[in-house]
Design a protein around this ligand. Structure first.
Ligand SMILES: C[S@@+](CC[C@H](N)C(=O)[O-])C[C@H]1O[C@@H](n2cnc3c(N)ncnc32)[C@H](O)[C@@H]1O
Length: 456
């Protein structure tokens, strides 16, 4: 069928209509760009909408480029669905999706709150490139510019395809498609030759998983089924990796972390540094800000009187710098291995107490409600929930603690819009919002929102 392609929608597709039947079903089409006319193949039909993928571009957008990852195109693997879009246009696409989610899911209070921010444009904020992409996009060499946004991922998960080679799942499919390269992986992972060398799949069966981890310090590790292999493909007793995060913008120097190779860690090479800088500044700076350290902003002074509750804390990426600056920090995290890692990473920090358990309305009240002898509630709450967001009950429990400031890190714009709406209805005011392209060539991006309690 021939489609007239309209605006992008959350999920990595564009809303489109049949050229011959513009009042017919809405078709969510992948691998297209707004304004294009494409020939597409229907991949599923629902009562109200269809899904399709582009098979031929009839009128191309000026933002269309040769895909940075050809195997993530139509009929290919998921996880690189925007690689046919020029990188600056990917960020425009994401800005549009953010505005759309804020409007449709957040509702009028959220739209108004965002529109009131000085940096707001067209109902949302700009999605900013990380320094590595900003630099590559302005490189003099066209080859380097074309590679912008590739080579950034320090964690890659693969599976064994039916023919024994390594690959990834097809989009919305159980089928594993063998890959010939991994352009989004950092060079250290690309150099392993995971898709070419047989040593990585020895003894594995179709469907088994292989995860490659390239820490910022030390050699990569490959978790191949039950085995752990070093960069030469030989079994190793190593199970943990070292990560170093430069927090000199905050005046904290280089922060060191050690975590289980299989544990959660921000996947873009520069994400830990950029997020630590923004989140800690957002939580503890005198003025609420989500932009992080600027040139000459100076280090962040300690806040010995501040009590911070951190929810969904992982292996302690934010807990460590927060505990170096704030008076007391309490964190809550559900994954036992992550809490174990965080305890190792923070064993010297007397100001931090790390709790293991699910984040629920009850646990938020319990952990955040009574700090130390004074039994006072948290002044600041930092939360970095998984994709589904914190949800109404948890957000209401946070608001019930009455913190003066909340920093919400969200990797899904729909969940952001929902959670922001709850905060605003419970007496919080949006003070800042920033969006970062932590996942180039995919539809994903990250946001950091700062809210403050309205003066009563
Ligand atoms: C997006 S990660 C953030 C971790 C950390 N802030 C970081 O950047 O490394 C979300 C974390 O929430 C944890 N998590 C997910 N759902 C949870 C729940 N219901 N209760 C507690 N922790 C949960 C996950 O194990 C994961 O460590």
């Amino acid at each position: 069928m021939v489609l007239k392609v309209g605006a992008p929608a959350h999920g990595g597709h564009c809303v489109s209509r049949l050229e011959q039947d513009p009042t017919g079903p809405v078709v969510f089409v992948r691998h297209a760009l707004p304004g294009e006319t494409v020939r597409a193949r229907v991949t599923s039909r629902g009562a109200r909408s269809w899904r399709a993928e582009t098979t031929e571009v009839l009128t191309a957008s000026p933002d269309r480029v040769a895909p940075a990852w050809d195997q993530a195109g139509a009929g290919g693997v998921g996880g690189g669905e925007l690689s046919h879009v020029a990188l600056p246009a990917q960020r425009t696409w994401k800005r549009w999706v953010l505005a759309d989610c804020l409007r449709r899911i957040g509702g009028p209070e959220v739209v108004e709150a965002v529109a009131d921010l000085p940096q707001a444009q067209g109902g949302s904020v700009l999605v900013k490139a990380l320094p590595s992409e900003a630099q590559a996009e302005t490189a003099p060499s066209p080859q380097e510019r074309a590679r912008a946004g590739t080579g950034t991922r320090t964690r890659i998960s693969l599976a064994v395809a039916p023919d024994g080679r390594l690959g990834m799942h097809g989009f919305r499919s159980q089928e594993v498609l063998a890959l010939h390269d991994l352009p989004l992986a950092v060079p250290e992972i690309q150099a392993l030759g995971l898709t070419e060398r047989a040593c990585w799949r020895r003894g594995l069966r179709p469907g088994d998983t292989v995860r490659a981890v390239a820490p910022s310090a030390g050699e990569p590790l490959v978790l191949a089924g039950r085995q752990v292999l070093n960069a030469q493909g030989r079994p190793t007793p190593r199970r943990r990796v070292d990560e170093v995060v430069d927090a000199s913008g905050l005046g904290l120097g280089r922060l060191r972390y050690n975590l289980h190779a299989d544990g959660f860690w921000q996947v873009h090479r520069q994400a830990p540094q950029v997020l630590v800088d923004r989140v800690v500044r957002a939580a503890l700076a005198e003025r609420p800000t989500a932009v992080g350290s600027r040139e000459g902003a100076g280090s962040l002074p300690a806040s010995p009187g501040t009590k911070v509750l951190e929810l969904y804390a992982g292996a302690g990426l934010f807990t460590l710098p927060l505990s170096l600056l704030a008076g007391q920090v309490r964190s809550l995290e559900g994954a036992q291995t992550a809490v174990h890692d965080a305890r190792r990473n923070l064993h010297e920090q007397a100001s931090a107490r790390l709790f293991a358990g699910r984040v629920t309305a009850r646990s938020v009240a319990g952990v955040g409600g009574a700090f130390g002898d004074g039994q006072e509630a948290a002044d600041v709450v930092v939360l970095d929930p998984p994709r589904a967001g914190a949800g109404r009950e948890v957000v209401e429990a946070v608001c019930a603690l009455g913190p003066r400031r909340v920093v919400l890190v969200a990797c899904d714009p729909a969940a952001l819009a929902r959670d922001l709406g709850t905060f605003l209805r419970r007496g919080y005011r949006l003070r800042d919002l920033s969006a970062l392209d932590l996942f180039p060539h995919t539809h994903h991006f990250e946001t950091v929102a700062v809210l403050e309690r309205e003066a009563s």
